[in-house]
Design a protein around this ligand. Sequence first.
Ligand SMILES: *[C@@H]1O[C@H](CO)[C@@H](O)[C@H](O)[C@H]1NC(C)=O
Ligand SMILES: *[C@@H]1O[C@H](CO)[C@@H](O)[C@H](O)[C@H]1NC(C)=O
Ligand SMILES: *[C@@H]1O[C@H](CO)[C@@H](O)[C@H](O)[C@H]1NC(C)=O
Ligand SMILES: *[C@@H]1O[C@H](CO)[C@@H](O)[C@H](O)[C@H]1NC(C)=O
Ligand SMILES: *[C@@H]1O[C@H](CO)[C@@H](O)[C@H](O)[C@H]1NC(C)=O
Length: 491
Amino acid sequence: MLLPFVMTAAFILLSLPVTTVHSATVSSTPAQTFLGIGGSGAWWPHDLFNFPASVRQNLSSLLFSDSGLGISSYRYNLGGGGVGVSNPVRAPQTPYVSPGVYNFSADPQGTFFLQQASDFGVPGITMFLNTAPAPLTSNGDSCGGQFVSGSGTAYATYIVDVAEHWRDAGINISYISAMNEPDSTFGPVPCGQEGMLVEPSQRSEVVSSLWNELNSRGLSSAIGILADETSSTAVAPTEYSAWLPEVVDMVAHLVHHAYDFPSDANYLAYVNAAHAASNGKTTWMSEICCSLGTPAGTGRGYSQGFDPTINNALMFAGLVFQSFVVGGEAHYDFWTLVSNEIGCEPLTSSTCVTTANSNGWTDGMIYYDPDYTTNGNFELYLVKHFWTYKHFGNFVKPGTQRLPLTGSDANTHTLVVSNSTTFSVIAMNPNTTTSTLSLTFPQTVCGTTGFRTSASEDFATISPATGSGETWELPLSATSLSTYIFARKAC
Ligand SMILES: *[C@@H]1O[C@H](CO)[C@@H](O)[C@H](O)[C@H]1NC(C)=O
Ligand SMILES: *[C@@H]1O[C@H](CO)[C@@H](O)[C@H](O)[C@H]1NC(C)=O
Ligand SMILES: *[C@@H]1O[C@H](CO)[C@@H](O)[C@H](O)[C@H]1NC(C)=O
Ligand SMILES: *[C@@H]1O[C@H](CO)[C@@H](O)[C@H](O)[C@H]1NC(C)=O
Ligand SMILES: *[C@@H]1O[C@H](CO)[C@@H](O)[C@H](O)[C@H]1NC(C)=O
């Protein structure tokens, strides 16, 4: 009996594909405490407000509930009136009429989804502005001009009046960002979107005026100021010395975009520079979109091109890992969440929404037909990015903590999230071969379930990890993102 058994075993071993095993140890000492996962309500509310009520409701639950993304951060775009902006979708109305006079019925589209985020209990609501209302800017437009030095008090009064209005209506706006991408005018007029240049030397006026206004109304601890949302991690630290020292104590978190798609080393250099310039303020990544590239992260860079496939979705997941694991950051926001930049016609091609094309943009998790007004197509199309971002939205909740991995096989594509009852391990395999992650936990745990997104699966429920006590094996299938859940107790 022995010989045939050995031969069978040898045959099985030889015929199985080789699975690489990576081993690492989970630290018991938390790194950062997470603050949020989210994205922005620009500029899709303009269109989605016109969709049937049932589709709007579905969209809200796809974004704001755990049956969907379960985001914990929503960025409401307070419009500047869209004066000088040629694309009506990107020209949100403003409630500003004249100093102290408001029309809070303006921008029913943006305020509808702001209310939805609040109704669904999204805990972190930010109000962000691309520009001051047109009458307050240097050129009287909502783009192409610049912040007028000395107008800080008028600008801040407007912003805080609007924030107070919505808070009085029960919407807990807890952060304000008064200059989104202050490094560009987005001109010349006619522009493709709103924008207002705020020179580095002008930024302290914007922050201090806002803080003084919040403080005078007893709101400076209820509403945190986010600044300065510069578009590139390479540029932001070179400008901090021009504005940050004067107002560092008034800023809640230093927020930045990452449109330069930094390498891991450069990302870490940015975070270190931001900490050094601010006495260790938390940094946030608050806007990103629009890159092609591979799951492992090569070929990243701002560019046109719609790629709804798992390859690009993992490339974006890699950016989230970079912020959380390499940068040690506490919060991550994608850009528009919902987009019509699909680059093809879903009603005439059945493969349009699942196939890459060079006409569209990869700037959404959910897409809709740009021709909905003429063809009546109100379908919502979920791309792989929706399913990969759901892993983060569902498990990286505010108050959870990251437990670092140690060991020579620890890699930047694994994130261990802990709360008082559970460890959630979000792990990416960017390679086209399967592998196994072998983890040693700091305590006895019990693998309870798992979820996986791959070319063929959308957050599919999978078998729990196998093991016992402190040591567990987590299979990672090719080109996938998995989350394995562990109860912090014996099985
Ligand atoms: C307020 O804005 C709404 C929406 O644009 C508009 O219909 C209404 O006429 C405005 N009201 C005033 C008094 O301007
Ligand atoms: C509003 O948000 C702040 C900051 O996130 C939080 O401390 C506060 O508890 C929230 N209030 C309500 C009523 O949700
Ligand atoms: C919501 O939209 C998704 C994506 O289009 C679809 O699969 C789902 O059936 C919709 N749900 C409802 C209740 O309409
Ligand atoms: C801990 O995280 C798990 C997984 O996300 C969740 O189901 C559970 O409700 C969380 N527990 C607490 C106390 O927050
Ligand atoms: C993917 O391949 C790279 C390069 O060979 C390797 O360093 C990495 O550990 C692999 N990742 C996984 C999850 O197998």
